[in-house]
Design a protein around this ligand. Structure first.
Ligand code: PGA
Length: 258
């Protein structure tokens, strides 16, 4: 089954509203050219309203990088799932390793957020991945499979998410996983989803790779059979390099069709 690739930008804690406006204005016409690719831009909350407004009815989906799983109430500093579509967000990153490691989000919080995003009609991009120490000790699969299982458990029939396999040692380090290592982990995630959720789910679910994706390595990564796109930090901050990555995803679809 051909899966529609996705190229998702993760700006992290970068850009003012003005910078976000300039970026989005430049990106929209270029993203429209990549008809075979879903393009998402996950921005800081402060930029979301403006990016969401500009991206309305365009080829780009505005996204958030986080939210809290309660809908409203005494949670100072938090933003809830129903608040996201209100400002034009159609997608949200859940369980990014920087949140798991720095803000100490647990697997349980990640699965609650995943469920809540789906209920609020927002597509969750759920991140999983191991540290360098875990990989070196042979514990990559134990970590990643545990994270995936915890998310799968909360999904009802008909519900799906986008997964992003992001080895923590490859994020922001320039130290990308080899295409073979990325394919190996993502192929195993797809096999696990096949075992737990069946063929239809496993064949249609999109699994992205993330960790130092850049124009120079994107084509090789996108050519792997189980990799359906990328979640990109550093190389998404400039429109030009993000557009090149979208192009790499678009080319990968044309090559599979041939
Ligand atoms: P990077 O970040 O592309 O800068 O490595 C990826 C991510 O954290 O999603």
């Amino acid at each position: 089954m051909a899966r529609r690739p996705m190229m998702a930008a993760n700006w992290k804690m970068n850009k003012t509203v003005r910078e976000a406006e300039e970026y989005t204005a430049a990106l929209l016409p270029r993203a429209a050219d990549a008809e075979e690719v879903d393009v998402a831009v996950c921005v800081p909350f402060t930029c979301l309203h403006e990016v969401g407004r500009m991206a309305e009815n365009s080829a780009v989906t505005a996204g958030a990088q986080n939210f809290y799983y309660e809908d409203s109430g005494a949670f100072t500093g938090e933003v809830s799932a129903p608040m996201l579509p209100d400002v034009g967000a159609g997608t949200v990153i859940v369980g990014h390793s920087e949140r798991r490691e720095v803000i100490v989000e647990t697997d349980e919080m990640v699965s609650r957020k995943t469920k809540r995003a789906l209920e609020a009609d927002i597509l969750p991009i759920v991140c999983v991945g191991e540290t360098k120490g875990e990989r070196d000790a042979g514990g990559m699969w134990e970590k990643v499979s545990g994270q995936v299982r915890q998310v799968v458990e909360v999904l009802d029939d008909g519900e799906s998410v986008v997964f992003a396999y992001e080895p923590i040692w490859a994020i922001g380090t320039g130290d990308t996983a080899t295409p073979e290592d990325a394919q190996d982990a993502i192929g195993r995630i797809r096999d696990l989803l096949r075992e737990t959720k069946g063929d239809d789910f496993a064949d249609s679910v999109r699994i992205l790779y993330g960790g130092s994706v850049k124009p120079e390595n994107a084509a090789e990564i996108m050519a792997q059979k189980d990799i359906d796109g990328a979640l990109v930090g550093g190389a998404s901050l400039e429109v030009e390099s993000f557009v090149e990555l979208i192009g790499a995803a678009q080319n990968a679809t044309t090559q599979t069709e041939q």
